[in-house]
Structures are given as C-alpha cells and as structure tokens.
Design a protein around this ligand. Structure first.
Ligand code: GDP
Length: 365
C-alpha cells in the first residue's frame, strides 16, 4: 500500500499528530493486508458518500477504505552528511510515497524550539536542504558513471546525461527535483534514481488552539502558504494537540466538538484526504446487503486491476464490472431504479474505473 511519511524538526508536534492518527486508528480486523508496524498508523479515509450509500442499501456492515501514515522521526541538520540518525532517516523517507512535513506555527514559550525561535520557513528550508543534498549526492554519483559511458558514445548514456545535468542544476540552486519537468521517457530514468525530492510534499502547519477556527490571523501560516505556492505544494492547517482530543471521539460527539471549535472537518480528516489525493488515489464502492465498502485504487487503473484490490481471484477470473456512478445511483434512489433508468453499465477489461463508481464484479472462479 502507498504510504505518506510524517517528517519535521524536533518539537514541532509530529508525535502529537501521529498519536492522533493511531488514536483515530482504523478497526484493524477490517484491514488484514495493512502493515503492522509501530511506526505505521492506519486511518479510515473519511467519505460522506459511504454514509449515503449505507442509508440507501441498509447493509449489515459498512467498511471505509484505509490509508497509512508512517512516522519518520529523527531529522536533524546535517542528516545528509550522516549525522545523528541522519542516514537512517533518509532511508526511511526513501521508502514512503509522499511526504507530510509538520511545521511549527504555534508560539509557546514553554516548548523549546530547536533553533531558538519559531520560524517556519527556516525550518522548512533546513529539512528541504537535507533532502536536496542527499539527492545531489545520488545524481553526482550517477553523473560520474554516465559521463564516462557518454564519452564512449553509449546511446542511453548520451540521452541520460542532459537530464542528469538539468537535475544537478536544479538541486545545486536548492530546488527540489519535483520542480524539473520530465518527459515520460525521462520520468522512468528519474524513478530509477530513487530521489527524495521528487516525492510529492504536503506541509502540515501546526497551529495553537486559538487559531484553529480561523488561521488567517496566524502570520506563520501565511508564510507557509506563500512558500508552498512557489513549491507547488499543498498546506493543511491542524492543531495537533486538539487533534489528539478529536481522535478519541466518534459520530455525534465528534461533530458536536467540531462545531464548538467552529470547524466543519477535523484537521486530521483534511490531512488524510489531501494525502490520499496527492498520491493519485481514488475510491470505488461495492454495495451489497451484507456489506457496503469503499476500496482504494490508483487513478488510471482498469476494471480487472481494481477487482484485484478486493482479491487476486477477482482479477484473474474477471468477466465484467457492473458499474453505476455514485451520482446516478443516488439520483435513482436504488440499484433497481438505476438499472431501469439505464444507468448501470456492463464494463469490460479495458474500462478505466472512475472515482465514485459503484461496482459489482462478475468473475469466474
Ligand atoms: P515532535 O518532537 O515533533 O514529535 O513534537 P511533539 O509532538 O513531542 O510536541 C512537542 C511539544 O509541543 C509537546 O510538549 C506538545 O504537547 C507540544 N505541542 C504539539 N502540538 C501543539 C500545539 O498545537 N499547540 C501547543 N501549544 N503545543 C503543542
């Protein structure tokens, strides 16, 4: 499964946020295929469509889809030089698919800041620079080898060399590799380099309790937003401390607490949805009387692959996907009505599944 790694300097609220994640934790019995690891927190992906489908179908059970966050502790200045837990830290980042960088945007004199004062942009730059330096090392190693081959007129090397030079230029001017544009061909080469700064990045601005309802007065958040805009990255505002409390609540209790705080959705739920879509993930549903359930797929996946998310037998024996869009099903009011209205399609193996499709797979066993 794809996972988003949580990183940040010491004392910015990572552990607090990760606690909230494990606290909110998904019913693990429902997700036997998820990673069991103390550093991985499995959360349910909030989706209002699942509530509507449950009302409509009245199943015995409803199961949301899940998403994994990985806690990556231990970045310090100098990580790329292998200081402290540096190397280990970078190795862990290499394994995740997206990065959620927690940034301290709360003032609290009781909590020490590693560099002496709250300055989110300088914090971000410390971390991003470590990632950039690590990538520069990878690119430099590769460029050395490729340059030799290019001199011997090796065709692949001749093609790769200018790409590596572009990457090197970007990294040397302290820009992440994700700001460089690649062709599809080049993207394959870049993938093989296992760079850190090609991973999508999301900034999690951790604000104080007083700023949750309206963070617009928090100048740190404004700065992070401006920075992220240049970096093509998204910003989610949370108060990790409050998220810990919210995570203990469910249903009506949770809604009441949120409305007392003056917010519609918890910061954690926003973060989950943002990370999910940042990774190119989408949701389809199965809706039977036994169980209404949400399933995760990668955008662009075809019907048989999506069937394989449920079980590999479904993919192997795939025949057809009886498909209706969530909107059409809701408008019809029942599966039977949607069928009558001609909204239920029989899709074959080349069908590209869309977010919100409600599917019944037919397959051979
Ligand atoms: P980590 O080192 O990044 O994992 O940071 P922690 O989660 O351990 O948080 C460091 C300190 O900041 C702890 O004392 C937390 O209680 C406190 N803290 C975390 N989030 C908030 C917040 O939103 N507001 C305030 N006032 N304190 C926070």
């Amino acid at each position: 499964a794809l996972t988003a790694g949580i990183v940040g300097l010491p004392n910015v609220g990572k552990s607090t946020l990760f606690n909230a994640i494990t606290q909110a934790g998904a019913e693990s019995a429902n997700y036997p295929f998820c990673t069991i690891d103390p550093n991985v927190g499995i959360v349910e992906v909030p989706d209002h469509r699942l509530t509507k489908l449950t009302e409509l179908v009245q199943p015995k059970k409803t199961v949301p889809t899940a998403f994994e966050f990985t806690d990556i502790a231990g970045i310090v200045k100098g990580a790329s030089k292998g200081e402290g837990l540096g190397n280990k830290f970078l190795a862990h980042i290499r394994e995740v698919d997206a990065i959620c960088q927690v940034v301290r945007c709360f003032a609290d004199d009781n909590i020490t800041h590693v560099s002496g004062k709250v300055d989110p942009i300088s914090d971000i730059e410390v971390i991003n620079l470590e990632l950039i330096l690590a990538d520069l090392e990878s690119v430099d190693k590769r460029i050395g080898r490729v340059e030799k081959l290019a001199k011997q007129k090796d065709k692949d090397a001749l093609a790769e060399f200018p790409l590596l030079s572009r990457l090197k230029d970007a990294l040397e001017s302290e820009k992440p590799a994700r700001t460089v544009e690649f062709t599809d061909e080049e993207a394959k080469v870049v993938k093989g380099l296992h760079l850190l700064t090609t991973k999508p990045m999301l900034y999690v601005a951790n604000v104080g309790e007083d700023d949750v309802a309206d963070p617009s007065g928090n100048e740190y958040v404004q700065k992070v937003r401006e920075f992220a805009a240049k970096d093509n990255a998204e910003v989610i505002v949370v108060c990790a401390k409050i998220e810990e409390e919210i995570a203990e609540l469910e249903g009506e209790e949770k809604e009441m607490f949120l409305s007392e705080l003056g917010i519609e959705e918890s910061g954690l739920d926003q973060l989950i949805r943002a990370a999910y879509s940042l990774l190119g993930l989408a949701t389809y549903f199965t809706a039977g009387v036994q169980e209404v359930r949400a399933w995760t797929f990668r955008r662009g996946m075809k019907a048989p692959q999506c069937a394989g998310v449920i079980h590999s037998d479904f993919e192997r024996g795939f025949i057809r996907a009886e498909t209706v869009s969530y909107d059409d099903l809701l408008a019809g009011g029942s599966m039977a009505a949607a069928k009558e209205a001609g909204k239920v399609r029989l899709e074959g193996k080349d069908y590209e599944v869309k977010d919100g499709d409600v599917i019944h797979f037919r397959f051979n066993v």
